[in-house]
Design a protein around this ligand. Sequence first.
Ligand code: E4P
Length: 216
Amino acid sequence: MQIFLDTANIEEIRKAAKLGIIRGVTTNPSLVAKEGSSDLKGVIQEIASIVDGPISAEVLSQTPEEMIKEAEEISSWSPSIAVKIPVSAAGLEATSALSPKGIKVNMTLCFSVNQAILAAAAGAAFVSPFVGRLDDIGHNGMEIVSDIVEVLKTYQYPTRVIAASIRHPLHCVLAAKAGAHIATVPYKVLIQMIEHPLTEKGISRFAADWQQVGHG
Ligand code: E4P
């Protein structure tokens, strides 16, 4: 399973990129707004200069025609762009028009297996089921990820499944077990994935034992 970073915070992206394990970045309008910037193009181009791999930037238009126009503009910002388009009737129409032109679409705000089937049929490069938001309303978000992976595999759709709306490290484990191709994780969760108290304890003990025999 690949790890994408789910943030528009440049400092977090720089720090995470240094680890060498980040294969892409997802943003959304809320994440960009949180950073206090209205310059989506500037933010996305800066992210693309830091991370090799797909960078998701979302359209805000409502009609298929406007979505197509906005997606074409966004995809011209960098060769690594994946345009985020919601799974709606307008979004499916736009994705069906954009995919044959080679524009990568990440169909977002996916909450069901049916929506994922339609996203794949429209030629989306990625589909993003939102695990945490499903859990929030009493559903089992990860079960939907697992079902989507199974169904897209059965019909050999090349659409890659991004487990999104990841809230804690256990979500990452479950996404991997569910067969998600990608998990997009907030920076805080990435750090939680790395850290373990026994690793910290072990590092301290090795250093202390080594010092006792006259080193350091
Ligand atoms: C990813 O593509 C989404 O933008 C993100 O994971 C949404 O997460 P949230 O439900 O925590 O806002």
